[in-house]
Design a protein around this ligand. Sequence first.
Ligand code: HEC
Ligand code: HEC
Ligand code: HEC
Ligand code: HEC
Ligand code: HEC
Ligand code: HEC
Ligand code: HEC
Ligand code: HEC
Length: 457
Amino acid sequence: MTRSSSIRCLILAVCFLSPAGLGLLCPPPGPQPPGNSGLTGKYIGSERCSQCHANTHTSWLATLHSGALATLEEMGQGENAECLGCHTVGFGESGGFVNRATTDALAGVGCESCHGPGRDHVENVADINLRPPVNIASSVCGRCHTGANHPTFEQWQQSGHALVTESLASSFAQGNQLSSCGTCHSGDYRFLAIQEGQSVPADLLSGKSREEMNAVACATCHDPHGRTGNAPFADSGRDYQLRYPEVAYPTATNTLAATTDPTRFNICGQCHHSRGNTWQDTSRPPHHSVQSNVYVGEMPVPDGTQPLTLSVNSPHALVREQCSSCHMYRQDFMSEIAPAISGHTFEVNFAGCVASGCHPAAENAQALAATLRSSVQALLDDVKTRLGDPATWEYSCCGGPADGQPIAGTADERDTLKKVRFLYYYALYDGSYGVHNPGYTRNMLLTAQGLLTSIGR
Ligand code: HEC
Ligand code: HEC
Ligand code: HEC
Ligand code: HEC
Ligand code: HEC
Ligand code: HEC
Ligand code: HEC
Ligand code: HEC
């Protein structure tokens, strides 16, 4: 008795001192709700976490995770041992879920499904060593989001999002470039800097292998704790728990600051936007990430200067789920030979062009894309050929004139060449060969051709 009341005092003191985000006025720990006589092991149940993490608990209650056992019960599978492992906390483990009558607080995908057993923490909140880990690795989710019915983890592993870009991984491991490149390339950096608002030590990833680093992980895009309302066309009853809006309709602008501002763009545009280079930069081409800007029909220019080419609205900017419609097409499980498609390879699936109600058949959309691609490729080839010897125009990073050394010709000719190479790489690095914004991509390359003609190349 004395022991538990002193713990209670300590708990209350910790609760009052703890930062916002924890439910501030924690009530003293009460008895477990009925139906939990079997809760004596390492798992303690989500209900108990609510005493101190009240906000997190309230948001979690509204998620499908919290009702995952109810989902099984509605189909008469509430006691099927084959299903319970992923629809409850700790089923099959000592101290884990057994049934509603004795371990009700472990029903559904609870706090401890992702954070591990919490009893030691609850009984010793002040002990830092006993705090449950906060792990953003996709393997936490991949334990359940796996298999033929929902191969989300396996498909994500095949995507470029699964691993940090190779050259950057070695840089990060040496303690370099994290703050300049990590916002988009490091899930670890992004979590601390953006989600948690913390300053991140430069050596955060020192000595880590590429496999130990988090790139664009599940929890980078998904809020693990709550519904967010960010998916306006979610299937009935679902929410997808996206951290950022799935669709956005920004007005095209060529202002440098706006083209790099993630808050203008949808979830994919948090990273797939311009890094801010303009045609005046001599050492580097625009980054590989300009997709959202091309989609909107915009291009950063030095402040106070004219746009290089005319903006065009893309018909594809109006597709229902924008980037996801084409890059995240999903399909339910049909059979072992036609397993579910989770959309998490992020590769274009032309079935999405039909599902979004735009094209009559996937073959039809694919054929249109192929035709567009060859015409864009022909324009790219023509511009590249007419630019001529790379030593006379290329970025210094890419085999051309050394940093600071002027490219060939008079001042006007040099500016013209800089504009052309910028347009060329902007169109090339978008990577969709016109599909993101057919008219705008054509305009970029026709403008580049015109500029080349003006200097006799
Ligand atoms: C009696 C109060 C109390 C209860 C009950 C409680 N916690 Fe905590 N928890 C804390 C305090 C205090 C901290 C430290 C807060 C901080 O550093 O922001 C903490 C920290 C955590 C952290 C680590 C946060 C971080 O940033 O490192 C996790 C995860 C966590 N709790 C999960 C849980 C889970 C899961 C449960 C239920 C099984 C639970 N807690 C129950 C008080 C409590
Ligand atoms: C213990 C197994 C388990 C773990 C671990 C798990 N999930 Fe789930 N998840 C489920 C189940 C089961 C459902 C379906 C629940 C239902 O429909 O009743 C689900 C549903 C979801 C949904 C759909 C929500 C909606 O409203 O459409 C998302 C998104 C999701 N999980 C993301 C995650 C992420 C991100 C992680 C890791 C941070 C994760 N899950 C970890 C089992 C799990
Ligand atoms: C390997 C872990 C795992 C096992 C085992 C499992 N589920 Fe699930 N279940 C999930 C996940 C993860 C989701 C969420 C899928 C999503 O939204 O992509 C889910 C979702 C569901 C849904 C919601 C509808 C849907 O398909 O999205 C139903 C119904 C369901 N499971 C029934 C079952 C039944 C019945 C069994 C046993 C025969 C079972 N599950 C076994 C992980 C599992
Ligand atoms: C689907 C997996 C999942 C579930 C379920 C889950 N968490 Fe978390 N939790 C995470 C991940 C991943 C992070 C790190 C990312 C973040 O904070 O958004 C995290 C972070 C935290 C943190 C530290 C940062 C913060 O947001 O305050 C606390 C505390 C926490 N969780 C408590 C809880 C509690 C309490 C519950 C149950 C009500 C719960 N979690 C349920 C996956 C989960
Ligand atoms: C605004 C977000 C953002 C920032 C900041 C950023 N990148 Fe990227 N980067 C991306 C995206 C998105 C891609 C993928 C584009 C694609 O696949 O078409 C990418 C692609 C790359 C690639 C090509 C990868 C490949 O496999 O071809 C390299 C190399 C690269 N980035 C290096 C860097 C370096 C070095 C920095 C820091 C100086 C950096 N990036 C900063 C978003 C960013
Ligand atoms: C780059 C961002 C991103 C990453 C990374 C990501 N997701 Fe998603 N996820 C989305 C978006 C966007 C949707 C909604 C797709 C749609 O509208 O069809 C979604 C949908 C889902 C859904 C609900 C739809 C369904 O039935 O499958 C689940 C479950 C899910 N994701 C789980 C995960 C898991 C688990 C991981 C990690 C293995 C993950 N996601 C990684 C962006 C992401
Ligand atoms: C947190 C930043 C971030 C977000 C959010 C993000 N991406 Fe990426 N994406 C990247 C980076 C970084 C790469 C480059 C990875 C590499 O090649 O090394 C990339 C690569 C890609 C690729 C090339 C894939 C490959 O396998 O080479 C596609 C396609 C893609 N992303 C689509 C999307 C879509 C669609 C969304 C929204 C649902 C999205 N991304 C959201 C950062 C992000
Ligand atoms: C109308 C369908 C469509 C929409 C909408 C769409 N894309 Fe694409 N995207 C494509 C096609 C087609 C390609 C070329 C794919 C290929 O060659 O495999 C592509 C290529 C890409 C690539 C380069 C992939 C690589 O392997 O290098 C990235 C990155 C990308 N898209 C991201 C995005 C982002 C971010 C959005 C939203 C702003 C978006 N896409 C919207 C169809 C679309």
